[in-house]
Design a protein around this ligand. Structure first.
Ligand code: GDP
Ligand code: IMO
Ligand code: MG
Length: 424
């Protein structure tokens, strides 16, 4: 069974937790896009782990984790992440973590470019994670990138780095930013390459052999559907295809080998960074932040928060092809008197069934809400669907029917055992 897991909103839906939950019965966990802009939280064995580049399956012994060709990989960032996971007691070896030789490298000048481009945008800044993601994907598309395969031989790497750094420094100067120190970058990248070399592989045959042997693969999406460079709130998006198709181009596994696509959705909506957010509600955000929830796993920024948005989720389910949805954070509503679901967008005198293409129009959409009663009790102790209050079950079923996709699991807390299988 090969399953793609996709964030159905703007990221941070709880993909890490779901991947960890599903890894028990899988063999391989592969990332196909994004980089260390991702922050996936897993609570396991009484500890909190935050994964950025390493697939969330790494916490289970005996599972193979693959960083696919579509990922942009920060070599120093990855070495730091591996070290800190090892300190937390996680086993990471070339037997359980492979890096695609075709993945592109995020280098220090990409981060400088990211920061410079953000500051030049002023009020229109995207609110990126400043991890150099956009500039690295730009380099890939304009065919000047350096890839993991180029790290295999130190002399090749050094030559390529020096050439690219020189031209990058001219670009940085033109952007009004400081150049990077050539010798220092070469040294840092070579030191990281030394650690990472044993993990480098042609991961495409590895994936295909796993399929031939009948193994189960989980494709771990990063970010969310509306951060997709094609389908999202452009230009307030990330630079990769975060939607389901990205899992195939990002790992070399063709679409007909995929058996199931799961959309992870928060029971409400959050986003980090700028851009349209129709159901955003400051009062609701204060309520969630007051509970200590919704602070970014990568940057610590308080996330913007709003009500559930069925317009978003319906569209997301369409272009991702969700077979089912995994809902998380239902317990976020525990103290709410009433709960709102956005069932349509009003744009001028039109009612939209799907979001518009232009962010400027999307910003002008007003939510049409349906209001449901809350349950005013702590559901984090529930361990079966039947134990949930009727109002909670009614909310899940109503949102599911508005999306037109079955919700099959519901999260009532961050821990492994706080995922309930939805009943009738
Ligand atoms: P990801 O990027 O999609 O993996 O999500 P993040 O880890 O960035 O953010 C999701 C947050 O919600 C994390 O802090 C998780 O521990 C937490 N979480 C996931 N599912 C649930 C849930 O059902 N209830 C609660 N209370 N927290 C959850
Ligand atoms: P996970 O995998 C939430 C957002 C940034 C910004 C936009 C572009 O944890 O769900 P980038 O640095 O990618 O160029 O920033 O995308 N963003 C995320 N928001 N969760 C993420 O990852 C994100 N990765 C990027 O906040 O708005
Ligand atoms: Mg996250």
């Amino acid at each position: 069974m090969n399953t793609i897991i996709i964030g159905s909103q703007w990221g941070d839906e709880g993909k890490g937790k779901l991947i960890d939950f599903l890894t028990e019965s899988a063999d391989v966990v592969a990332r196909g896009q994004g980089g260390n802009n991702a922050g996936h939280t897993v609570m396991a064995n009484g500890k909190k782990y935050i994964l950025h580049l390493v697939p969330s399956g790494i916490l289970w012994p005996g599972k193979l984790c693959v960083i696919g060709n579509g990922v942009v990989l920060d070599p120093m960032g990855l070495v730091d992440e591996i070290e800190s996971l090892k300190k937390q007691g996680v086993t990471i070896t070339p037997q359980n973590l492979l890096l695609s030789d075709r993945a592109h490298l995020v280098l220090p000048f990409h981060k400088e470019m990211d920061a410079a481009s953000e500051s030049s945008l002023g009020k229109k800044a995207i609110g990126t994670t400043k991890r150099g993601i956009g500039p690295t994907y730009s380099d890939k598309a304009r065919r000047v990138g350096i890839r993991v395969a180029d790290m295999r031989r130190p002399e090749v790497l050094e030559d390529m780095l020096r050439n690219r750094i020189r031209s990058a420094n001219i670009e940085l100067k033109n952007m009004g930013a400081q150049p990077v120190n050539e010798d220092q970058v070469v040294e840092e990248v070579e030191a990281a390459a030394k650690v990472l070399r044993p993990h480098i592989a042609d991961t495409i045959p590895v994936m295909h052999n796993a399929i031939k042997e009948g193994k189960s693969i989980l494709f771990e999406g990063a970010q969310g559907a509306f951060l997709d460079v094609d389908f999202g709130t452009y230009p307030y998006v990330t630079s990769s295809n975060t939607s389901s198709a990205g899992a195939c181009t990002g790992t070399g596994v063709p679409p007909h080998k995929i058996d199931r696509i799961i959309g992870v959705c928060k029971a409400y909506t959050t986003r980090v960074g700028s851009g349209p957010f129709v159901t955003e509600d400051d009062e609701f955000a204060d309520y969630l932040h007051g509970l200590g929830r919704e602070f970014g796993a990568t940057t610590g920024r308080p996330r913007r928060c709003g009500w559930a948005d069925a317009v978003l989720l319906r569209f997301s389910s369409m272009f991702n092809g969700f077979d089912e949805m995994a809902m998380t954070n239902l317990d976020g509503y525990d103290q709410c008197e009433t709960i709102k679901i956005c069932v349509g967008y009003k744009l001028g005198d039109q009612i939209l069934e799907y979001p518009p293409a232009r962010s400027a129009d999307w910003e002008r959409c007003e939510p049409i809400y349906e209001t449901l009663p809350g349950w005013k009790q702590d559901i984090s102790g529930c361990r079966t669907w039947d134990e949930l209050p009727v109002q909670a079950k009614a909310f899940v079923k109503r949102l599911s029917s508005l999306i037109g996709t079955p919700v099959t699991t519901v999260g009532v807390g961050p821990d492994r055992e706080q995922t309930l299988v939805v009943g009738n």
